[in-house]
Design a protein around this ligand. Structure first.
Ligand SMILES: NC(=O)c1ccc[n+]([C@@H]2O[C@H](COP(=O)([O-])OP(=O)(O)OC[C@H]3O[C@@H](n4cnc5c(N)ncnc54)[C@H](OP(=O)(O)O)[C@@H]3O)[C@@H](O)[C@H]2O)c1
Length: 200
């Protein structure tokens, strides 16, 4: 698939490296393709390219947002309509309105886009190493569009995660809140820690 990643920082770069490893075509949507961050992301994701966000989304099957929230409204304002497109929100916003997730706000900014929350409940380092774990880490995926959710779950599985359907997009906020728990766990277990499912 052709996957446009908005941002080329920790999460964008990690996701790009992981997705190119399993054969996807990645284009980073960035404000400066020559920034140190973007050059590092390009180097870690062989075959990837970088462009202005509005060019990066052209023809993309999936658009993933890996920006800090403050950068989202300005970036979206420069994009064409993404109506009908699968949009993965990997962002967290731990301040601001406690009742609003980035996914809900992104959905308001991108009418008609098929928004899915995913790849936000684990540290960025684990995106490229998920396939090396003895026990797969769970990757929670929330969304209201079943087909879009399937796309994100399949991508998570390809990267080595155990994808878990975490319910509707309304659950995006609890998924953002889980990051607080993940951060607390890193104090004892380090940043390689991940959530896992235990079935009784
Ligand atoms: N760090 C983690 O382990 C982790 C894990 C899961 C989710 N998240 C979430 O993922 C998101 C990104 O985190 P990160 O750690 O990857 O951050 P980061 O390394 O700082 O990367 C942020 C990206 O946003 C871009 N950006 C920042 N301000 C911008 C602006 N005004 N206009 C356009 N682009 C702008 C940056 O581009 P420039 O290089 O041009 O500044 C960079 O590509 C956050 O929402 C975070 O909460 C983080």
């Amino acid at each position: 698939m052709r996957i446009a990643i908005m941002g080329a920082g920790n999460v964008g770069g990690g996701l790009g490296a992981a997705l190119t490893r399993v054969g996807h075509t990645v284009v980073f949507g960035v404000r400066d393709p020559n920034s140190d961050k973007c050059l590092a992301a390009l180097g870690a994701a062989p075959g990837s390219t970088a462009a202005h966000p509005r060019e990066a989304v052209e023809g993309a099957d999936v658009v993933a947002f890996t920006l800090r929230w403050d950068a989202v409204p300005g970036t979206v304002a420069e994009l064409p309509s993404l109506a009908g497109r699968v949009v993965i929100d990997a962002m967290n916003r731990l301040g601001g309105d406690p009742g609003r997730s980035t996914s809900q706000d992104l959905a308001d900014l991108l009418p008609g886009a098929r928004i899915v929350k995913a790849f936000n409940t684990i540290g960025f380092e684990n995106l490229t190493t998920a396939h090396l774990r003895q026990e797969p880490a769970a990757m929670f995926v929330a969304g209201d569009d079943a087909d879009a959710k399937r796309v994100a779950m399949d991508l998570a599985a390809e990267l080595g995660f155990r994808p878990e359907d975490a319910g509707p997009l309304a659950n995006a906020k609890p998924l953002e809140e889980m990051v607080k728990v993940w951060l607390a766990l890193t104090q004892r277990h380090g940043r390689g820690v991940g959530f896992a499912i235990s079935e009784g």
